[in-house]
Write a protein that binds this ligand. Structure first.
Ligand code: EPU
Length: 433
């Protein structure tokens, strides 16, 4: 079992380079299945979720060739619908994008119910509604999703999403890209990775307009051809380093970013007394002294991202005064609060609201990563705490942060990786041990 051991108290100084956006990459890789030809994709983050999706594509007979660690050529010309490794698909959330890409490419699909971080119920009804509108029958049964385009291929349609959903918006865009006729998605999500997916597909010959607004129009193009594309920088990875620098103190230049995507985070950090200077493709975060309290409400883009909620809550747990954090996207995204409490944080959760009474110090403790962003929050708390913090279950963190340990170490954090043998099972089953 791998763990991070952190000795808190070091301020962070230097520069950090942001990798490609996880939530763009995890849609673009399955979407490559629609393309007849070679897609050269640059700035693919080196994270385990991307690796899992690439290995799923390989199992479908796609050719994946590494040009360098972040640039790949994917050729799905001879891909098939057979051979999907269901155990891998079940492991991650983004495997649901194969519903759109397999229906678009083959007219049928069998995949598993998606896995991923557990924030309470994570329905896929809006994905199903979209596929139905495009002319596919979807059956969810026994942990599998079966889909079939009723007359062999999909047809454009008008779809109003009952709930703003990143995944459903992207899945419908993927499915509609090669459908016959025009699709209009209303009440679409507007996250930067939706624009990135549309730009990727457009550079392969698709005709998608309006991505980044709440109405997306997809003019179906029967055949997509090869091309080159570079994935945008990761908004959440950048935000995580901004908050880490704000909480631990110091001066960090965060490079290879799009400052516009970070405005909501920069604005909150300024309210908390942090200096944030924006440049063309970088931001400089300077922080000294104690942070000030603020209130946060997470919302779909351009609101404050839910995927930054645990990290900013960790920072607010040390701020002067009481902050109110309201989760506006997921039903249950506060499981990590119990872990922060082990370090001395004073946080009360009532439904979707957390009341964070800032304390003067946190103390190191053994804590678990409950999920990807919760794991990042534990690391941020550990960087600020007195003494030693051990963060367990770091495989969650590796799902979405490229070289987290290396990047933090370069900024001066005292963080190391230790590997311990897994504890033996004590299930009481006579066959064990
Ligand atoms: N929802 C429905 N029905 C659906 C789909 C969603 O009711 O069919 C609800 C959800 O229950 C939730 C809300 O709509 O309350 C938003 O869910 P959304 O579909 O936008 O989430 P997602 O696409 O499953 C992606 C990211 C998450 C991120 C959310 C919100 C990926 C693979 N995941 O999830 O990222 O929290 O959008 O921005 O892109 C992360 O990176 O740590 C992460 C969890």
């Amino acid at each position: 079992m791998e763990k991070y051991v952190i000795h808190g108290g070091n301020r962070l100084f230097g520069e950090v380079e942001i990798s490609g956006a996880k939530n763009a990459a995890v849609a673009i890789i399955p979407a490559a299945l629609l393309v007849n030809g070679v897609c050269r994709i640059e700035n693919i983050p080196q994270i385990s979720d991307a690796d899992t999706l690439l290995s799923i594509l390989s199992s479908l007979n796609a050719k994946v060739r590494m040009i360098n660690p972040s640039t790949l050529e994917i050729d799905c010309t001879n891909a098939t619908c057979e051979g999907a490794p269901y155990s891998k698909m079940r492991r991650i959330r983004a495997s649901y994008y194969f519903i759109g890409s397999m229906l678009g490419r083959f007219g049928h699909v069998k995949t598993t119910m998606p896995g991923g971080c557990n924030f309470g119920v994570r329905p896929i009804d809006q994905h199903v509604k979209g596929m139905n509108a495009l002319g596919a029958e979807i059956d969810v049964n026994g942990g599998f999703i079966y889909g079939k385009a009723l007359d062999g291929h999909l047809h454009g349609a008008k779809i109003y999403l009952d709930k703003i959903s990143v995944g459903a918006t992207m899945n419908i865009i993927i499915a509609a890209a090669t459908a016959e006729g025009r699709t209009i998605i209303e009440n679409a999500a507007r996250e930067p990775h939706i624009v990135d997916l549309a730009n990727f597909l457009n550079s392969m010959g698709a005709d998608i307009r309006g991505a980044g607004t709440d109405t997306v129009k997809v003019y179906g193009t029967p055949v997509l051809h090869g091309g080159s594309y570079s994935i945008i920088p990761d908004q959440i990875e950048a935000g995580t380093y901004m908050v880490a620098a704000a909480a631990a103190g110091g001066e960090v230049l965060i490079r290879n970013i799009i400052p516009r995507h970070l405005e909501c985070i920069s604005a909150k950090l300024r309210e908390m007394g942090v200096t944030v200077e924006e440049y063309e493709d970088s931001v400089l975060v300077k922080s000294e002294g104690r942070l000030r309290r603020t209130n946060i409400k997470t919302q779909p883009y351009p609101g404050f991202p839910t995927d930054m909620q645990p990290q900013i809550t960790a920072a607010l747990s040390l701020a002067a005064g009481t902050s109110v954090v309201t989760e506006g996207v997921w039903d249950n995204r506060y499981k990590y609060v119990n872990e922060l409490r082990k370090m001395g944080a004073q946080i009360q959760v009532d439904g979707k609201t957390a009341i964070v009474e800032g304390v003067e110090k946190l103390s190191g403790a053994p804590v678990a990563s409950c999920d990807l962003r919760a794991g990042a929050a534990m690391v941020i708390a550990g960087l600020c705490a007195q003494g030693e913090t051990i963060v367990e279950d770091i495989h969650y963190i590796e799902r979405g942060y490229e070289n987290f340990l290396g990047k933090l170490t370069r900024l001066g954090a005292d963080i190391r990786l230790i590997t311990e043998p897994d504890e033996p099972e004590t299930s009481g089953d006579a066959r064990v041990g």
